[in-house]
Design a protein around this ligand. Structure first.
Ligand code: 4AD
Ligand code: MG
Length: 462
């Protein structure tokens, strides 16, 4: 007996084969003619396979007629051509029940629950159509990320999760410690970290960039892809305290090369999702956001807008829009501004670049004007910033003065400074927030619904 997925059992080519499918009951319907229809889902695709269970099966009355949503089963039988909407169905020879799901208790019955409610059931929500589809699309995005870089000669490097340095300089880091918080060792009234596990204050990383730079300046083109952590108290639909970031870093790349890479990278991901997740994307387009497919195919076929920050500010100032946060040169853009640019002004992704140095981290290359840095943010409709990156400052003296400006202790970054002392090269990179990318392609409104177990202020249940 060949064990196959529901996705395969649904193909017309399997008609006539004896197969085994295993999964969870979505619905049971009893026909007057003395048999039952079971809809079985195993997560391999959005659709279920219809199983016909005849009344002459040994456990028909005792078990099959008691099956309800959520029960787990193994079905052996023959794949038949179906008269219904689907191509195939299975005529069961045996139905083994592994686990029951009491219909009075199992929450995922016919009633539709809100996404907010489903967040309370993070252990059950992958059994719904939406969360199954999100999981498959997220997987496809990750595969596409690796394929894109691997095919282009990038080396996958693993940067540390625990670190002593604050890459973004924003001080939004979670501390990692084994000290007894009730009575930490102190000297001169301050906590004495020489007694801590790492002999120093250490944190969960906000970005693998600084370590990726080490590998890029030895091996050329690299990328790191892993979890990153931010202790910012942002309760928005686009922020998580734990999210996944993919960060390519390339020696000998200038900002223009970086922009080109970011654009072709995003187009590849969007194209792969449309090619490989047809059924799931159709679902998102019908039930979540009726514009996602049109938006994605429009983006894949057109050029991103490239706009200096200074021009963006004057566009926003002249827009006549009544923004909640006023804009002026030197302020960071809020999501209302980003949305105006991508959704109204250009109706396209926009790569904003050359930001004021005062609102960007120390490592970005300073432009000749002395006021702006070679930063680039890729903004997309609805989600806003999806990629943040830059050309890096590779000149030792400029880097050191930028660090001093931002009151960073050069001793803490001695190894980063060394890279500028020994064979320094122009180099660039960027970070794509995986969840923002999944949010964008699926049209899901809240970032908490595109990561299996969202961590946000006050939430770490599962
Ligand atoms: O713009 P960010 O902070 O850039 C960096 O961390 C750079 N070191 C990356 C690099 O150049 N290698 O973050 C990059 C991206 C953002 O554009 C956004 O997509 C995502 O990471 N991101 C978040 N996603 C979810 N929740 C958060 N709190 C996020 N913060 C950033
Ligand atoms: Mg950013």
């Amino acid at each position: 007996m060949e064990r196959i997925t529901v996705a395969n059992a649904r193909r017309a080519e399997t008609v006539g084969q004896q197969v085994r499918v295993q999964g969870w009951i979505r619905t049971r319907r009893d026909s007057k003619g003395g048999f039952s229809f079971l809809e079985v889902n195993d997560g391999s695709c959005m659709a279920n396979i219809q199983v016909i269970a005849d009344a002459d099966l040994g456990n028909y009355e005792s078990e099959i007629k008691k099956l309800s949503a959520g029960c787990s089963v193994t079905v052996d039988g023959e794949v038949k051509e179906s008269g219904g909407k689907q191509a195939t169905e299975i005529l069961a020879k045996t139905v083994i029940v592994h686990g029951w799901a009491d219909p009075d208790e199992f929450p995922l019955q016919k009633k539709r629950h809100s996404f907010e409610k489903l967040r309370e059931w993070a252990h059950l929500r992958p059994r719904t159509n939406t969360f199954g589809a999100v999981a498959r699309v997220r997987n496809c995005v990750c595969r596409s990320i690796h394929n894109f870089f691997q095919e282009d000669g990038f080396l996958y490097v693993h940067t540390p999760i625990i670190t002593a340095s604050d890459c973004e300089g924003a001080g939004e880091m979670f501390k990692v410690t084994t000290l007894d918080l009730d009575s930490p060792p102190k000297s001169d009234g301050k906590i004495d970290f020489s007694h801590d596990f790492f002999d120093r204050p250490s944190y969960l990383t906000v970005s693998g960039q600084l370590e990726a730079e080490i590998y890029a300046t030895a091996l050329g083109k690299v990328y790191t892809f892993g979890p990153t952590f931010r202790a910012e108290n942002s309760n928005t639909s686009r922020h998580l305290a734990e999210f996944w970031m993919v960060e390519p870093e390339m020696a000998f790349y200038e900002l223009e090369d970086n922009m080109e890479l970011a654009e072709s990278f995003l187009k590849r991901i969007f194209g792969d999702v449309m090619d490989q997740c047809g059924e799931d994307m159709q679902f998102f387009n019908e039930h979540i956001d009726k514009t996602v497919l049109e938006t994605l195919s429009g983006i894949v076929d057109s050029e991103f807008v490239r706009l200096p920050y200074t021009e963006a500010i004057s566009l926003l100032e002249k827009s006549g829009q009544d923004f909640e946060y006023p804009v002026s040169w030197g302020t960071d853009l809020q999501s209302e501004h980003e949305r105006f640019l991508t959704e109204q002004e250009f109706k396209s992704p926009v790569i904003l670049y050359d930001y004021p140095s005062t609102i960007k981290p120390f490592y970005m290359k300073v432009n000749d004007d002395g006021k702006t840095v070679r930063a680039m943010d890729v903004l997309v409709p609805k989600v806003g910033e999806i990629i943040g990156g830059s050309q890096r400052e590779h000149r030792l003296d400029v880097l050191e003065s930028r660090m001093a400006e931002q009151h960073l202790n050069a001793d803490d970054y001695w190894w980063y400074i060394d890279l500028r002392k020994f064979g320094t090269v122009p180099h660039s990179g960027f970070g794509l927030g995986l969840e923002r990318a999944v949010q964008f392609v699926t049209g899901m409104a809240n970032i908490r619904d595109v990561i299996p177990f969202p961590r946000t202020p006050g939430n770490a249940e599962f």
